[in-house]
Write a protein that binds this ligand. Sequence first.
Ligand SMILES: CC(C)(COP(=O)(O)OP(=O)(O)OC[C@H]1O[C@@H](n2cnc3c(N)ncnc32)[C@H](O)[C@@H]1OP(=O)(O)O)[C@@H](O)C(=O)NCCC(=O)NCCS
Length: 175
Amino acid sequence: MDAAPHSNEARTVSASQSEMTELILPNDTNTMGNLLGGRLMHFIDLVGAMAAYRHSRRPVVTASMEHIDFIAPVHIGDLLILKASVNRVFNRSMEVGVKVWVENAMVGVTRHVASAYLTFVAIDEQGRSVPVPPMRIETSEEQRRFEDAGHRREQRRQEQDRKRQNVIEKTRAEQ
Ligand SMILES: CC(C)(COP(=O)(O)OP(=O)(O)OC[C@H]1O[C@@H](n2cnc3c(N)ncnc32)[C@H](O)[C@@H]1OP(=O)(O)O)[C@@H](O)C(=O)NCCC(=O)NCCS
């Protein structure tokens, strides 16, 4: 049976995986008929939020979009397919990975066009961050993503420490 809302029971990755399909129309594109990067980021944010919302069963906010690769252009008339899954749950945040493909429905070809990692934070009715239920890993691929997410978090922490140290040193030098 499904875990009740707000229960702390572990949830599987597959239970929150989310998918979205968009037909690319003129409003989504630049003057060359290519999908705008900002529009693609909007779709990525939406599908990522769906996975985080499903996992946490709480409203979520995007804390960061940390890495995005635009691998190939997307054109008017393409079908954009986005898939999101929770890579790792920390305490009050979740890293979600989003992978994007285009399908040319005329010839039935699908190709990978973008990938991104985002961090979502679950919040309560007052907008305060709240703990997120743990996840249950079921496959070796999920285990690999879980470990990679841990390395990325450690890199972010080191980068934040470095920036903080720079501010301290700059302030000292100005005194
Ligand atoms: C995200 C937000 C709720 C975090 O608030 P906060 O007071 O820093 O919360 P906390 O210190 O309790 O941290 C909560 C979690 O957020 C994570 N977090 C905070 N800022 C983060 C950032 N920039 N990147 C990644 N994670 C972040 C913390 O690591 C923590 O996660 P953890 O418990 O799993 O380690 C707050 O900064 C916010 O509301 N930001 C605006 C969100 C928004 O409007 N997004 C849409 C963009 S327009």
